[in-house]
Design a protein around this ligand. Structure first.
Ligand SMILES: C[S@@+](CC[C@H](N)C(=O)[O-])C[C@H]1O[C@@H](n2cnc3c(N)ncnc32)[C@H](O)[C@@H]1O
Length: 292
């Protein structure tokens, strides 16, 4: 019996997550939705937990039709037979306007678990997502969300969401340098994807944080203290420079043949081959790929 899976990711990088799932899991058929991928696997395999560009992976337990925008329709969820787990927690979301809120949706599924205790960080994490009139009920297959990386012992202000850092690294697809490395997320995610990476930052505390994180990931990545303005030309740079409203874009001329950048707002650089919006924790950012 094939197992139906749901992987959640960020708005804007769904296609990168699909390509990663294709190559890592050897799958052809992957359905792309708003912030999600759906696919089937012959069985639950460890490679599912190695998907770096997704926030979380769930096994689909049920799809319930007829969950409209009316509150009464939530009763359809209460008749689900989801088996028994000692404790569980439920997270719900939906697209479109509804006459109920996410907590009522969560309660409706919790009711289907009979006398079970709903607990934060319970043994089984259920996720309910309603699109149109179909509610998908799914269980997390890992003990915690995949985006919560165990190596992250240190962060700096503005540290990148790891699945997004992994997506930037995969867009580079080649050895790269991050001259604004902060706590090292991008070089670490690149190394976890099998690429040779390096990082530097003007702030020595950031470099210390990057070294600690790389150590916790079991990786040996060269990190150094340096001003990006003085960097020697390299083949490829992947970074999220602190450009934005306060600092004009491209203040430091990055000397690389290929650039993959994450910024708040367009970079205004020349030779852009790809530019797209991505939504991270509600904020809109831009991924730019430049080739010179
Ligand atoms: C948005 S943070 C990078 C966060 C990093 N990607 C992470 O995940 O932790 C920007 C970094 O640029 C560094 N920075 C600012 N100006 C710099 C410069 N001229 N040269 C090198 N690093 C610089 C800051 O110290 C900060 O760590």
């Amino acid at each position: 019996m094939p197992v139906s899976m749901l992987a959640r990711t960020l708005r804007g990088i769904e296609w990168i997550a699909r390509d990663e799932a294709r190559s890592r899991l050897g799958l052809e058929r992957i359905e792309l939705g708003h912030r999600e991928l759906r696919f089937s696997v012959p069985e639950l395999v460890p490679e599912l937990l190695e998907l770096g560009t997704v926030d979380d992976v769930f096994q689909i337990l049920a799809e319930v039709d007829g969950v409209t925008r009316r509150r009464e329709s939530l009763a359809r969820l209460a008749s689900l037979d989801l088996g028994a787990a000692p404790t569980f927690d439920v997270t719900a979301s939906f697209l479109g306007k509804r006459n109920y809120n996410r907590f009522e949706l969560e309660d409706a599924v919790a009711a289907s678990m009979g006398g079970m205790r709903v607990a934060r960080h319970g043994a089984v994490s259920l996720r309910i997502h309603v699109v149109g009139e179909v509610a998908t009920v799914a269980a997390r297959i890992a003990s915690r969300p995949l985006h919560r990386r165990a190596y992250r012992v240190d962060t700096v202000p503005g540290s990148v969401h790891p699945p997004l850092a992994r997506a930037l690294a995969l867009l580079a697809g080649a050895p790269f340098v991050d001259p604004f490395c902060g706590a090292g997320t991008i070089p670490i995610e690149g190394a976890l994807a099998g690429l040779s990476t390096r990082g530097s930052d003007i702030d020595s505390r950031a470099v210390q944080a990057a070294r600690r994180n790389a150590g916790a990931a079991g990786l040996r990545i060269p990190f150094s203290v340096a001003d990006a303005a003085g960097m020697a030309p390299v083949e490829c740079v992947v970074a999220n420079p602190p450009w934005g409203k306060a600092v004009p874009a491209a203040q430091v001329d990055l000397q690389a043949r290929r650039l993959v950048l994450l910024t708040f707002g367009p970079t205004g650089l020349d030779h852009i081959v790809h530019e797209q919006a991505v939504r991270v924790h509600g904020a809109l950012a831009t991924i730019t790929v430049v080739e010179r």
